[in-house]
Design a protein around this ligand. Structure first.
Ligand code: AMP
Ligand code: ZN
Length: 470
């Protein structure tokens, strides 16, 4: 298996530490808001990595944290705790917010056919382990107390900058200077391990520690949870490219200082989902798309998965409804083609093995998902019987997870959703007509907006009101 490693900035032959077994860690969501479809692009690509490894015969253990404390509005330890911000916005407690958004996050996993991690651990469940790690870092001289916070001393590590491929000067410029004006940090890149003093006093969750009541910094959770469940060595660590610096750079610093040896060998980073003229989709902007919203607009979440699989995980992916529409149509067509395959006898084992190899070769070539889909289309065009094609489609779908053999069911469902949607639209058009007749123009406009919110545009013509999907 060939895999790009951010750490070496090269494609490398993947060799796990223990033959046949892979230990893998994924940075989980910060559960102060819905995950957007950008976040989910990262998890879809990581899912393709996990399933490729399983398909290639590896036994994979994957661990994911849930960030429910300590992630400030800037990754460089500035601003308000994101969880607190979410709680204030919704007039709820931090734990209520965390529970709710964690639940919705995994519902999205299920809608997108993403395999659940083997271990899921919220940061707030591991406070004693964080405190222990910080104590060891203090004892070893890698951490220090300044003001009322505990910091990691990045100057103690020669290779602090390796993952981010920056030189020290770049990072000095990159790291914001307003971290904590009163912190007495020794170096600009030093980061908080434990806060006892915060610029915002209303932090809801605090714990006793040897340094006073406080709460952990963001980075410590992934080092600690990774080591707790996967041991002293990790094969692959995943995340989005925005995690490379400072988050993953800081994870390496803490973990290697704590363990006293190299920690994770392969770093797998997924590039961003971007929007034209807006750039990276982000939760903090407040303007983002969710899987539920796509569903409300009539899209099958798996069509979004199909959309993501057409591009390589190391390239930015631009989202547009136009392309999603094309992908949805292509996906429906694909389902239809597969549903037409007949049960016509025995599987041709030689043809099966040949295509299975081509498919595996595509995926083990740094997770080339678009090539894997090309192999799928080649199967459908191949000069072999339908039974062989069906068997190959079933086998490929263990990795692609596109519900390829549920075509009939899905197409019937799509038909009935369309019929339901159409009758609702016609009912709303009638209601608008009645409102206009009664000169209640505000109501008529509200109905037009209600339809628009669902992606339905109205056009008043001489023959009456017509509608179309936007
Ligand atoms: P968060 O919930 O903000 O901690 O992010 C969860 C995951 O989504 C992290 O691995 C991020 O790197 C990733 N991520 C954030 N924004 C995007 C985006 N626009 N496209 C792809 N992945 C993203
Ligand atoms: Zn993390």
């Amino acid at each position: 298996m060939q895999l790009y490693n951010t750490s070496s900035r090269q494609i490398e032959e993947f060799k796990p530490r223990e033959e046949g077994k892979v230990s893998m860690y994924t940075c989980g969501p910060t559960v102060y808001h819905f995950a957007h479809i950008g976040n989910l692009r990262t998890y879809i690509c990581e899912d393709m990595l996990v399933k490729t490894l399983i398909y290639a015969g590896y036994d994979v253990k994957r661990v994911m944290n849930i960030t429910d404390v300590g992630h400030l509005t800037s990754d460089a330890d500035t601003g308000e705790d994101k969880m607190l911000k979410g709680a204030k916005r919704e007039h709820k407690t931090v734990l209520e917010i965390a529970d709710y958004y964690t639940k919705v996050f995994f519902e999205d996993f299920s809608k997108l056919n993403i395999r659940m991690p083997d271990v899921i651990e919220p940061a707030t469940h591991c406070i004693p382990e964080f405190i222990h790690m910080i104590e060891v870092l203090l004892e070893k001289g890698y951490a220090y107390q300044a003001g009322e916070n505990i910091y990691f001393d990045t100057s103690k590590l020669e290779k602090y900058y390796t993952l981010s491929n920056h030189n020290e000067e770049d990072l000095r410029v990159g790291v914001r200077d307003d971290v904590d004006e009163d912190s007495n940090k020794r170096n600009k890149t030093d980061f908080v391990l434990w806060f006892t003093k915060s610029k915002f006093d209303d932090q809801e969750l605090k714990w006793e520690s040897p340094w006073g009541r406080g709460y952990p910094g963001w980075h410590i959770e992934c080092s600690c949870i990774g080591i707790k469940h996967l041991g002293e060595y990790m094969d692959i660590h995943c995340g989005g490219v925005d995690n490379i610096f400072p988050h993953h750079t800081n994870e390496i610093a803490q973990s290697e200082a704590f363990l006293g040896h190299p920690w994770c060998k392969y770093w797998f980073h997924v590039h961003h989902l971007v929007e034209k003229d807006k750039g990276k989709m982000s939760k903090s902007s407040g303007e983002f798309l969710t899987v539920s919203l796509l569903q409300e607009k009539g899209y099958d979440p798996i069509a979004y998965r199909f959309f993501c699989l057409q591009s390589h995980y190391r390239k930015p992916l631009e989202f547009s409804y136009e392309v999603l529409d094309q992908m949805s149509a292509a996906y429906q067509k694909l389902l239809k083609r597969v549903s037409e395959l007949k049960e016509d006898g025995a599987v041709d084992e030689a043809v099966f093995a040949d295509f299975r190899k081509k498919f595996t070769d595509a995926l083990t070539d740094d997770i080339n998902t678009s090539m894997a889909i090309t192999v799928l289309y080649d199967v459908l065009k191949a000069d072999t019987n339908d039974a062989t094609k069906r068997a190959l489609v079933a086998s490929f779908d263990e990795v692609l997870s596109l519900d390829l053999l549920k075509g009939e069911e899905k197409l019937a469902q799509a038909g009935s959703v369309d019929a339901e949607l159409e009758s609702w639209i016609l009912e709303r058009i009638d209601a608008r007509k009645a409102a206009k007749k009664a000169k209640d123009f505000a109501q008529a406009d509200a109905i037009r907006d209600e339809l628009l919110a669902k992606g339905i545009v109205l056009e008043d013509t001489r023959e009456g009101t017509k509608w179309k999907k936007n």
